[in-house]
Design a protein around this ligand. Structure first.
Ligand code: ZN
Length: 258
C-alpha cells in the first residue's frame, strides 16, 4: 500500500513538474505589439487588495511580456471608513510589482460604494472607466474579473458587466477576464497545475499566468502591504489560494462581432 502511495505521489510530482515547465516556458499567445512607446495593460479592480489577492500572477505575466501595467480601482475600500489608509496600501502593494504610484488610481464616487449590497449602475460605471481610459496613452489591453467575480462579490461582477459596454466602443483593444474556478480548485494552490494545463490545451482558457517562486514571494509581500486586511484567515488564503500562484485568463469576445 505504501509503495503504491509513493509511486502515485512520484508520478503526480513528475506530471506537475512537466506542467510547471510547460506553463513557465511556453511562448505566450498574447504578443506584445512593439511600437515607439510602451503599450499599456490596464487592470480594473473593485477594491484595494484585489490586485494581489487575485491578479498577482497576471501582473507578473503582463510585465514579463513587456507591458506597462496600470491599475484603476473603482473604490477606495471605504466599507469600514478606512478609504485613505487602503488607498495608501494599494499604492504600496503595487510598488512591490514595480508599478509607480502615478499609474495607480483609486476612485471614490458615491454611486460606486465599497458595499456588497450595492448594485452599481453599469452605464455610469462604464462611462467612468472610459473617462479614465482616455487619460492613458498607448492603452492596448484591459483585464478584469469575469462575471462570477472570483468571490462572487457584486462589485467585482459589476466590473465585468461594465467592460462589455466599454468593449463596444473600443474594438481595437484586447479584453481579458480572470476565470473563476470552483471552491475546491480555489484552495488547492499548485495542485491545480495539471488542470490548468489541460484547460489551456483544450482551448477553455486563452492564457495561463503561472508565477515563479520569486514572483509568488512578491505576491506575498504585496499582500503584506494591506495591513488593515490581515486577519488570520488571510494567511490561510495566502497559503492555499490558487490565485496567489496561477491565473487562468479568457479573452473576452465582442458579442457584436461573430
Ligand atoms: Zn474585491
Amino acid at each position: 500500500m505504501l509503495i503504491v502511495a509513493v509511486w502515485l505521489l512520484t508520478v503526480f510530482a513528475w506530471i506537475s513538474l512537466v506542467c510547471y515547465m510547460y506553463l513557465r516556458y511556453q511562448k505566450s499567445n498574447l504578443q506584445y505589439v512593439d511600437g515607439r512607446s510602451k503599450q499599456v495593460a490596464l487592470l480594473l479592480i473593485a477594491h484595494p487588495d484585489d490586485e494581489c489577492m487575485f491578479f498577482g500572477p497576471s501582473i507578473h505575466k503582463l510585465l514579463e511580456i513587456g507591458f506597462d501595467v496600470q491599475c484603476l480601482c473603482l473604490t477606495n475600500g471605504n466599507f469600514y471608513g478606512q478609504g485613505k489608509l487602503r488607498t495608501e496600501e494599494l499604492i504600496k502593494s503595487l510598488k512591490v510589482f514595480n508599478i509607480k504610484s502615478e499609474n495607480v488610481k483609486c476612485l471614490d464616487i458615491d454611486v460606486f460604494p465599497d458595499d456588497p449590497n450595492a448594485l452599481w449602475p453599469i452605464h455610469q460605471l462604464s462611462e467612468n472607466i472610459r473617462k479614465h481610459m482616455k487619460t492613458i496613452a498607448n492603452l492596448h489591453l484591459i483585464l478584469t474579473f469575469d462575471s462570477f467575480g472570483v468571490s462572487g462579490h457584486p462589485n467585482h461582477c459589476a466590473l465585468r458587466n461594465a467592460v462589455s459596454v466599454v468593449q463596444k466602443c473600443h474594438r481595437d483593444l484586447l479584453f481579458y477576464e480572470l476565470k473563476t474556478c470552483s471552491v475546491f480548485r480555489k484552495y488547492i494552490g499548485l495542485l491545480n497545475l495539471p488542470i490548468s494545463v489541460a484547460l489551456y490545451i483544450c482551448g477553455k482558457t486563452s492564457l495561463v499566468a503561472l508565477s515563479s517562486p520569486m514572483q509568488v514571494w512578491c505576491n506575498f509581500l504585496a499582500m503584506m502591504k494591506h495591513k488593515s486586511q490581515l486577519m488570520w484567515f488571510r494567511y490561510l488564503y495566502i497559503l492555499f489560494s490558487k490565485y496567489m500562484v496561477i491565473n487562468e485568463l479568457i479573452i473576452i469576445k465582442d458579442s457584436a462581432v461573430t
